[in-house]
Design a protein around this ligand. Sequence first.
Ligand SMILES: Nc1nc2c(ncn2[C@@H]2O[C@H](COP(=O)(O)OP(=O)(O)O)[C@@H](O)[C@H]2O)c(=O)[nH]1
Ligand SMILES: [Mg+2]
Length: 303
Amino acid sequence: MGLFEKIKEGLAKTRTRMASAVDVLFRQKDPSFYQDLEELLITADVGPVVAKVLVSDLREWEKNHPGATPEESLGHLEQKMAGEFPAGTPLWDSPAHHRPCVILMVGVNGVGKTTTTGKLGSYFRGQGRTVVFGAADTFRAAAIEQLRKWGEQLDVPVVHQKTGADPASVAFDTVKSARAKKMDVAIIDTAGRLQNKHNLMAELQKIGSVIRKEDPETPVEVLLVLDATIGQNALSQLEEFRKITPVSGLILTKLDGTSKGGVAVALAQKHHLPVRFIGVGEKASDLLPFDPLMFARSILRQE
Ligand SMILES: Nc1nc2c(ncn2[C@@H]2O[C@H](COP(=O)(O)OP(=O)(O)O)[C@@H](O)[C@H]2O)c(=O)[nH]1
Ligand SMILES: [Mg+2]
């Protein structure tokens, strides 16, 4: 299955809500077309701001292209929706002597950080890169065990300490081990106790500084994991996290379980952050690199 097919399958619930309704709207072109389209976009959680922007842009474009077919109009809408996602710089443009690239996984409990750490490991292994995991969620014994299982399954080493150990110490060991073994990627899982913001902020700051201790140029990507099934609430979670740590990109999980996948557009547009990956299931292969145009196409178009 190609990437586009996988994205479409993963977004099936959002597609069911959107794609056939979009098709009808564009073919019938009722007098209430623009209003109906705006409402439809809002029900998919694209958010009122983006919905308005997209629809007024389409209205303007159609005014300037009076002979445009429904197909061309829809094509324009797709392009415009895709354009709402800021492009991220590639994750891997750092020179070899600054390896490993460090990925810090942050987000509240239950959003899928540990699972996504495992899936990311699988993704990078599939690209022929060497990976190490760091179990820096030392708060719960189950989190360490969960990551070790992924490590076993993928044949990826897992750096860990005892439950209750200093997460920064685990992060330091992870990066040190990755550097010694000349590994490409170190993915560090963290605990997301947002209830205690000061502690979490201090913890993530300390992790950030120990990662760069031996090489200040170490490329660090802070990926915030958000559960897409909470819809617009993901916006406030993102706002909270940005106060705590310098988030550089997003991963949206559980898109397979929601018809409100449009929230990806709202998040990226409001915060100018690249969406790096989407999670569409619990298996290792259920993490897909994010492609704005494929995403827009898969939620707006029936075929
Ligand atoms: N359906 C679905 N479930 C997911 C996805 N990502 C994670 N999960 C599930 O969400 C639950 C919480 O995941 P976990 O990684 O432990 O969350 P954490 O507390 O943030 O580390 C687990 O049951 C995962 O299998 C996804 O993309 N789709
Ligand atoms: Mg976890």
